[in-house]
Design a binder for this molecule. Structure first.
Ligand SMILES: Nc1ncnc2c1ncn2[C@@H]1O[C@H](COP(=O)(O)OP(=O)(O)OP(=O)(O)O)[C@@H](O)[C@H]1O
Length: 690
């Protein structure tokens, strides 16, 4: 036991030590005083509260489980914001333990509302079982009294006396079995329906969030909420209603029975109830906090594994398997410790409760025996009292067991509701569309100033102005990180400009119906075409779900993809693998072009569409792009200048500002920025060929 206490306390200490890890150096509170560098690190990175936490003496932490657990529960989480050893994990959303994940009771009842009658039936059945469980001891008491009478009066007709109570008892047992079946079956229906609805709403809510939301959230974290958290919540809900409600009813009902049987004995029992309630509520709130931490840590471990598996090629290419395994092990270890702390807390609580209740049973027997000896109670009464008291004991033990599950369920539910209730910051109420025959495709960026929401201080475009005439191809070039892709993102309205406007045919994109803008008006082909793990045909059809097979084939022809698709044994029904893994870069890109062409958008954005390809594939894809772009307004974002020479207008961008503009010949003559970029790229490619 002491070892366990010691390991818990040491673990607390270790967590505090990791909090002060600076550039790979640990400041060991046990052994040394902090160096100046560490002091500087602490004062820069930790709040006053955290510094106080770090200054806790190790001996105080090691003075036993109450202090250890208490310290962990009260001050543990303040350390967590910096308590990371892997830079990848530090990037995690910082407010995972804040109040935004509070359980939304109102919303929860809204989910229950459509199934209220099923729920009422389930609850009624559970209550019926509880009442039968309360009534059965009384009947047992009657039977025991008959048996006891038989000893004193052996001539009485036993069968006659026992017949009705025994029949009643059988009926009670059958009733109990039936209602047990009903409440389990009905509850499963309510739980599954509510969970399915919550999952769907959560997914829809996530899909509607701004791009800024996805810039800071991690895929694994979001997937966890849809799967693990909803599942945990559902299990907890079912257990609470079935076990918890039944147990509470049994406690109340049995307590009433006890009162009827013997107020004296019951008085003794009731004396202890307030202590249980107050103690339970207090410890419950502490354990809930600990459970949230443990869950967050488990999720973190999952994220590490998920990221490594999703990027297996990169991991293998950098021989990073061991590193990933170590990182995962470290996160798992921390998660296991937190869960053990939770288990310890729940265990202590449950053990304490059981001990307390067993003590009560002993006291009851002692006092009951005394009342029997003075003739105030019969043997049947004492028997009924004991069975009732045991029902209470079992029920309370069950409640304390459910405790952990309720805590887990509430925090999982809180995390689900946090995202279900999250409203996107961007205003998506715009409804304007432009009729196809009125659509020209004149694009204008007017006095645009923009910084990404996740980095509001880094202004990417400052007072930026650009007109893209309808039907022309405008290429934006410039060195890396200058804001080229940002221009495309603003035209697609992935983000809203901070100042100024982006218009298409004079209509502000903020006033447009976003679905129409991205689904119909603009086709985007980016550097890394993302394909879904389905057939070639379905991937192309993603551009226009209602497209016929003939339309899909025509789009593939335009994208120069028909030949290679037909050469696959399964043709258009070939499965492309996860993210299109079983296709070459050039093939993936041409399928992406076909997908964009299928929706026949008047505007096309080609964002570094060929930059990930080798020279041969680039030529094939470039030809496909030229065919696909005919008759449309095209915005080309390019790093490689060889792909933009035929553009009508070439815009040279530097630090978010236009520094040169004209066609290839004009800019070449000017011998300015464009000329320098060409020379620079020539040198780079010569260097590469050498
Ligand atoms: N989602 C984002 N959140 C925050 N900052 C971003 C985001 N995307 C880009 N940035 C930053 O905005 C600036 C402009 O990026 P952008 O992608 O527009 O450059 P680019 O000219 O297209 O670069 P490249 O040629 O390398 O693709 C960069 O400093 C980049 O770090």
């Amino acid at each position: 036991m002491w070892q366990l206490l010691h390991s818990q306390s040491c673990h607390l200490l270790r967590q505090r030590l990791t909090a002060v890890k600076s550039n790979g150096h640990y400041f060991n509170l046990l052994k040394s005083k902090p160096s100046d560098a560490v002091k500087r690190y602490i004062s820069k990175n930790c709040s006053e509260k955290q510094i106080k936490t770090l200054q806790i003496s190790p001996w105080k932490l090691c003075t036993g489980i109450s202090v250890g657990l208490g310290a962990r529960l009260f001050i543990g989480d303040t350390v967590f914001c910096k308590a990371q050893t892997q830079s990848r994990i530090i990037q995690r959303r910082p407010n995972v333990l804040d109040d935004s994940g509070q359980f939304d009771w109102k919303r929860f009842f809204e989910y229950l509302k459509p199934h209220k009658w099923l729920l009422v039936a389930a609850v009624a059945s559970a209550m019926a079982v509880a009442f039968l469980n309360i009534y059965i001891p009384a009947m047992l008491g009657v039977i025991v009294n008959i048996l006891a009478d038989m000893r004193h009066n052996p001539t009485a007709d036993f069968i006659e006396q026992i017949k009705y109570p025994a029949l009643k008892m059988i009926t009670l047992y059958i009733g109990q079995a039936m209602f047990t079946f009903f409440y389990i079956h009905l509850l499963a229906q309510v739980g599954e329906r509510v969970a399915a609805q919550m999952k769907q709403d959560l997914f829809v809510s996530i899909l509607q969030q701004d791009m800024a939301f996805f810039d800071q959230e991690r895929t694994g974290e979001l997937v966890n909420r849809i799967t693990v958290d909803v599942q945990d919540f559902k299990s907890s809900f079912k257990q609470t209603i079935s076990g918890g409600l039944r147990a509470i009813t049994q406690v109340v009902g049995s307590a009433v029975s006890l009162l009827v049987i013997s107020p004296h004995l019951t008085g003794l029992t009731m004396l202890c109830v307030p202590t249980v309630v107050i103690g339970g509520t207090f410890i419950g709130s502490l354990l809930r906090k600990l459970s949230r931490e443990a869950q967050a840590q488990i999720e973190k471990a999952t994220l590490v594994a998920e990221e490594a598996i999703a990027n297996m090629r990169t991991v293998r290419a950098f021989a990073g398997e061991e590193n990933e395994a170590n990182m995962f092990a470290e996160e798992c270890e921390t998660a296991a410790h937190l869960s053990m702390e939770l288990g310890l807390g729940v265990g202590l609580f449950q053990a304490g409760t059981n001990l307390f209740l067993n003590g009560m049973v002993l006291a009851t027997m002692f006092l009951g025996g005394h009342l029997m000896s003075t003739g105030q109670m019969s043997a049947g009464d004492v028997m009924a009292f004991l069975v009732n008291a045991q029902t209470i004991q079992r029920s309370v033990a069950q409640i304390s067991l459910l405790f952990g599950s309720v805590i887990k369920g509430l925090s999982a539910g809180g995390r689900v509701f946090e995202y279900i209730n999250k409203t996107p910051k961007m205003d998506t109420s715009g409804t304007k569309t432009i009729k196809y025959h009125e659509f020209h495709g004149d694009i204008e960026f007017k006095d645009v100033t923009f910084a990404y929401p996740t980095r509001p201080d880094a202004v990417v475009l400052n007072n930026f102005n650009l007109k893209i005439p309808a039907g022309k191809t405008v290429a934006i070039v410039g060195s890396s990180g200058n804001g080229k892709s940002t221009i495309a993102a603003l035209l697609e309205r992935f983000y809203d400009v901070d100042e100024g406007s982006v218009t298409i045919d004079g209509v502000d994109v903020r006033d447009m119906d976003g679905k129409w803008l991205r689904g119909r008006a603009i086709g985007l082909i980016s550097q890394e075409p993302v394909l879904f793990a389905t057939t070639v045909k379905e991937n192309i059809r993603y551009g226009k779900p209602e497209a016929t097979d003939q339309e899909v084939y025509r789009a593939a022809q335009t994208a120069n993809a028909e030949d290679f698709i037909r050469n696959f044994p399964d043709g258009y029904d070939t499965m492309v693998g996860e993210r299109g893994m079983s296709l070459s870069g050039g093939q993936k890109q041409r399928i992406a072009i076909a997908r964009a062409v299928l929706k026949n958008p008047p505007i096309m954005i080609l964002d570094e569409a060929t930059s990930a390809l080798d020279a041969t594939s680039e030529k094939v894809v470039q030809t496909a792009l030229e065919t696909a772009s005919k008759g449309r307004t095209v915005l080309v974002i390019a790093h490689r200048l060889s792909t933009v020479m035929s553009a009508d207008i070439i815009v040279v961008l530097s630090k978010g500002q236009i520094v040169e503009m004209g066609n290839h010949e004009q800019l070449k003559k000017q011998k300015g920025h464009y000329w320098n970029l060409i020379k620079q790229q020539d040198q780079e490619s010569n260097g590469r060929s050498l």
